[in-house]
Design a protein around this ligand. Structure first.
Ligand SMILES: [Zn+2]
Length: 195
């Protein structure tokens, strides 16, 4: 049977650190590029862990990307022939990203975003809850808890070798900072208010 439906919807790839979100986003980009689909990949300017104009997964997969300062800037870079827009590290985007994603999907573009669903405190991360509820398709990837081996769903922030405090600022100048994937039981957030 022939279906003549309209294109355009939103997919979210969510999860903690070391769950393979970027790898999954790049896998989808690669599969679609085999199908000769026109794809544009964006990432926020602040993500400078790896080369500037590439999105690179921990596993080493890479794809060229456009770095943007503000969510609305995506619209300035959209090629008229683009069929797919992918955004990595979407949790770092400002709130306008919600309108931008809706706008693109409403106009027939398949929008794929990847981002951290929880911050280091284990609280919902910025725009992610809204994106997840508005999306047509959502996957939550899990890592492996680096302490006990259970499904890892939290990003454990360590500062100078100790678990980061609930009230520590997001940017700690001069501190040595690292992250681990952990499960809910092994996640340590000193001074986190309970109930
Ligand atoms: Zn654990």
């Amino acid at each position: 049977m022939y279906h003549n439906y309209q294109d355009g919807y939103v997919e979210v790839i969510s999860g903690c650190m070391f769950a393979g979100k970027t790898e999954e986003l790049l896998r989808r980009v690669r599969v679609l590029s085999y199908g000769r689909q026109k794809i544009q990949l964006f990432k926020p300017l602040m993500d400078n862990r790896f080369e500037a104009e590439m999105v690179v997964s921990h596993a080493g997969t890479r794809h060229e990307s456009i770095q943007i300062q503000n969510a609305i800037d995506i619209l300035d870079h959209i090629d008229e022939t683009s069929e797919i827009v992918a955004i990595d590290e979407v949790q770092f985007m400002d709130e306008e990203i919600i309108k931008v994603v809706d706008y693109l999907a409403d106009r027939g573009i398949r929008v794929m975003v990847a981002g951290l669903d929880l911050d280091f405190r284990g609280e919902p991360f910025g725009v992610m809850p809204t994106l997840i509820t508005k999306a047509e398709f959502v996957v939550k990837l899990t890592a492996v808890c680096m302490r006990c081996g259970a499904p890892g769903t939290r990003s454990q922030r360590m500062i100078d070798g100790r678990p980061a405090d609930y009230y520590d600022s997001v940017i700690m100048v001069g501190a040595s900072e690292s992250y681990e994937a952990v499960c809910r039981h092994c996640h340590e957030v000193p001074n986190k208010p309970c109930i």
